[in-house]
Ligand binder design. Structure first.
Ligand SMILES: Nc1nc2c(ncn2[C@@H]2O[C@H](COP(=O)(O)OP(=O)(O)O)[C@@H](O)[C@H]2O)c(=O)[nH]1
Ligand SMILES: [Mg+2]
Ligand SMILES: [Zn+2]
Length: 365
């Protein structure tokens, strides 16, 4: 098995970053201390060079992750070693924040990259899930995370076959919840909407697919891959709910180009840093807020509040206003854990680590 690097998303820009004497590869999945890498000469299980391990111990952001482009060096004992993580163009960073067992938020301020070099972020939300309908608040949250990662969000309303009457209304509501974002209805079961999803991957682009467990993510990946590459859920007869079957994040090259990263249910993904992403998802409310009489309007009854006026006119759904408040509070909370200056440092540190890894890589005989 060999791979055409161009179909994996390799570009001249990335080639310019490749150190001499190494070959490029793309991380398709990671296991503790090792990665599976797709390279021109096949699929390899590679261990990390000592300097990569050291840098990752100092900062988890330096750890190779799914989607990374890496430099492989050939060792005298006849195997590749992961010598360097090439600069990332986009990254999903988890801010080391998670919901603890009692529902509170806790965090250590240490970032972790969950997926890198992702061009498109599919936000999969089922039109209907057990007895629930599509959850607009969850879409808003995931679209905010998508913007924050640097990728382009695309919302997919899955299992559209379950919800025929009223689908048009649902799509209209989703479009209001995600202004400026493409929204498509998809039924993998009927094969409807699958080709539209494929179009977003043209030009060998890389996409990650987020969404709750049971949304039909792996089924869609299989439909795009034209075969059973991901295991899908069997719905338990007792309660009609599915089990988690996708445990690893995995990069799947699609026939004819384009790559997809399947992910487990959203609970395992946790919270990210999402300040600017929230502003983008709620751009409609943000522009209303600019028209409020007071610059520091809290939109809670101040005179001349444009946000509340829109609410009263029925132009802004109450649900959306509440969702905005909730995500803003969360974004502020996360930002307070790792204040802005620190976060900037974190980003710059990555660049420095990268340079250091390169230097120590070169210094070796
Ligand atoms: N009716 C319907 N069911 C679907 C569709 N896509 C997936 N499913 C079912 O939904 C369940 C969960 O699918 P799965 O792909 O494992 O979800 P994941 O957890 O998001 O990866 C499975 O029982 C699938 O057969 C669809 O388009 N229509
Ligand atoms: Mg799955
Ligand atoms: Zn206001």
């Amino acid at each position: 098995m060999s791979y055409d690097l161009a179909l994996l998303g390799w570009t001249a820009l990335r080639a310019a970053e490749l150190p001499d004497g190494t070959v490029p590869g793309r991380v398709s999945r990671v296991d503790r201390g090792a990665a599976e890498v797709l390279a021109a000469d096949g699929r390899h299980h590679v261990r990390y060079a000592a300097h990569v391990r050291r840098a990752s111990a100092a900062d988890p952001v330096a750890l190779p992750c799914v989607g990374d482009w890496v430099a492989l060096s050939w060792l005298p004992e006849g195997r590749y070693e992961l010598d360097e993580v090439l600069p990332r163009t986009t990254a999903f960073v988890r801010g080391g924040v998670s919901r603890d067992s009692v529902g509170g938020l806790s965090g250590d301020g240490q970032g972790q990259v969950l997926a890198a070099n992702v061009d498109v972020v599919f936000v999969a939300e089922p039109s209907m899930h057990s007895t629930d309908f599509a959850d607009l608040g969850r879409i808003e949250r995931l679209v905010a995370l998508a913007w924050e990662s640097g990728g382009t969000p695309v919302v997919l309303i899955t299992k559209s076959d379950l919800f025929e009457s009223g689908l048009a209304d649902l799509l209209a509501d989703v479009r209001l919840a995600a202004p400026g974002v493409a929204v498509h209805a998809v039924s993998s079961q009927r094969g409807e909407g699958v080709s539209v999803v494929r179009e977003h991957l043209e030009g060998s682009r890389t996409a990650v697919i987020l969404g709750p467990s049971g949304a039909g993510k792996s089924t869609l990946v299989n439909a795009l891959a034209g075969g059973e590459v991901m295991e899908t859920q069997q719905v338990r007869a007792a309660d009609g709910r599915g089990r988690h079957t996708t445990v690893h994040r995995e990069l799947i090259p699609l026939p004819g180009g384009g790559l997809l990263i399947d992910t487990p249910g959203i609970r395992r993904i946790g919270l990210y840093d999402m300040g600017e992403g929230v502003d983008l998802v709620f751009s409609d409310i943000e522009s209303l807020a600019e028209q409020c009489r007071f610059g520091d309007c809290g939109h809670t009854g101040e005179p001349g509040c444009a946000v509340l006026a829109a609410l009263e006119r029925g132009e802004l759904p109450e649900r959306r206003l509440q969702s905005w408040r909730k995500l803003q509070r969360e974004a502020v909370w996360i930002a307070s854990r790792t204040d802005a200056r620190l976060r900037k440092e974190q980003q710059n540190k990555w660049k420095i680590i990268h340079k250091e890894m390169r230097r120590s890589g070169r210094a070796r005989p």
